[in-house]
Ligand binder design. Structure first.
Ligand code: 3HC
Length: 315
């Protein structure tokens, strides 16, 4: 059989994508598609794992047993999401440990949002409502992403994120209905998390270097700005319902657009956080590095056990 040229393989690949056929690990794919997926999925996995830190810090300080059990379950879910996503990266031929080392060395990113501290109990509600809420907005679209293992991982992840969003909103709603101090604490959490949550969707479309190609390959289904707008449209009425005010004096429903108008985003802050200058960047990376070091003996023991079992089998 005649061997296909790269151009023919690429045309065949794009045709498959256009016909909504999922790309699977053993299928031919352009190198740049593979690299984009490794970059995006590994950074997504890192975000899930680093995302455990601000909330994990509140498990021992949850106000009652129910809240503690819910928070514990949520943080465990995030660890699970990280594991599915690292497995998904491995199907592309990437080495999980190298992707993690890249993050520790500052070569690979994780979501900007996790460089902000969780200062009060209300922040835990705000993280569930806004951070997981923004994550779902992005990830529901990713359930239809063109790479099969990523799309399938996202289905389960979205179900769990949806529980996370609801528990956060419910927790904040309770505070908003509580004493004046509790309501003020809820409002303060919304004030601090609103803008960083909008930044989670990434730079505006005009400044997003990867978007055009990722949309052509159907890795991304909606653009950063479309998702951000959808999030604002869905979240503003939720804030109003519990009596909280979104911290944006220009926020206004625009009848002709069918969307909320909002103030410009402070992109300087976003890029500073990406550069490593957010409030908690150093602390987060240090915590992950320590976790890797402290867990080394477990990996060594597991490898030694696996090697011994393999030897027994061949003996
Ligand atoms: N934080 C950190 N880096 C960001 C970012 C953010 N909020 N938004 C964009 N970037 C980075 C990109 O990774 C890229 O950097 P790189 O070239 O070094 O990899 C650069 O900024 C340019 O941005 P682009 O818009 O061109 O990049 P993408 O096309 O990759 O789009 C994205 C960015 C929308 C975040 C996309 O990668 C994506 O959809 N990723 C999957 C979802 C994800 O990672 N979500 C993390 C949210 S947190 C989470 O899920 C945990 C949950 O428990 C809450």
């Amino acid at each position: 059989m005649k061997e296909l040229s790269i151009a023919e393989l690429e045309a065949k690949f794009q045709d498959k994508i256009d016909r909504e056929i999922k790309i699977e690990p053993n299928d031919w794919m352009p190198d740049a598609y593979r690299k984009t997926l490794i970059r995006q999925i590994s950074q997504h996995a890192h975000s899930e794992v680093v995302g455990m830190l601000p909330e994990g810090n509140w498990i021992t300080r949850a106000p009652n047993l129910r809240r503690k059990a819910v928070l514990l379950a949520k943080v465990q879910d995030e660890a699970g999401h990280g594991l599915y996503l690292y497995s998904s990266v491995e199907t592309l031929g990437a080495d999980r440990e190298s992707t993690i080392d890249d993050m520790h060395a500052g070569k690979a990113k994780y979501s900007s949002i996790f460089n902000y501290p969780a200062l009060t109990w209300a922040d835990i509600g705000a993280i569930g409502w806004l951070v997981d809420g923004a994550a779902i907005m992005n990830q529901v679209a990713l359930c239809r992403t063109s790479y099969g293992p990523y799309a399938r991982a996202m289905v389960k992840i979205c179900k769990e994120e949806s529980f996370h969003q609801r528990q956060g909103y419910e927790s904040l709603a309770v505070l908003a209905k509580g004493s004046p101090e509790q309501k003020a604490m809820a409002q303060d959490a919304l004030n601090r998390f609103w803008w960083p949550a909008l930044m989670m969707f990434g730079p505006s479309d005009a400044d997003s270097p990867h978007s055009a190609q990722s949309i052509k390959w159907k890795i991304k289904r909606l653009s950063n700005d479309e998702l951000r707008q959808n999030f604002i449209d869905a979240t503003v009425p939720q804030a109003e319902l519990i009596g909280l005010t979104v911290p944006d004096s220009n926020l206004k429903w625009n009848e002709s657009r069918g969307h909320y108008d909002f103030s410009p985003i402070n992109w300087e802050e976003f890029y500073q956080v990406l550069e490593g200058n957010g409030p908690c960047n150093r602390e987060r990376i240090e915590a992950r590095r320590k976790a890797k070091e402290n867990g080394m003996w477990v990996r060594e023991a597991a490898n030694a056990f696996a090697a011994k079992r393999a030897m027994k089998k061949t003996a």
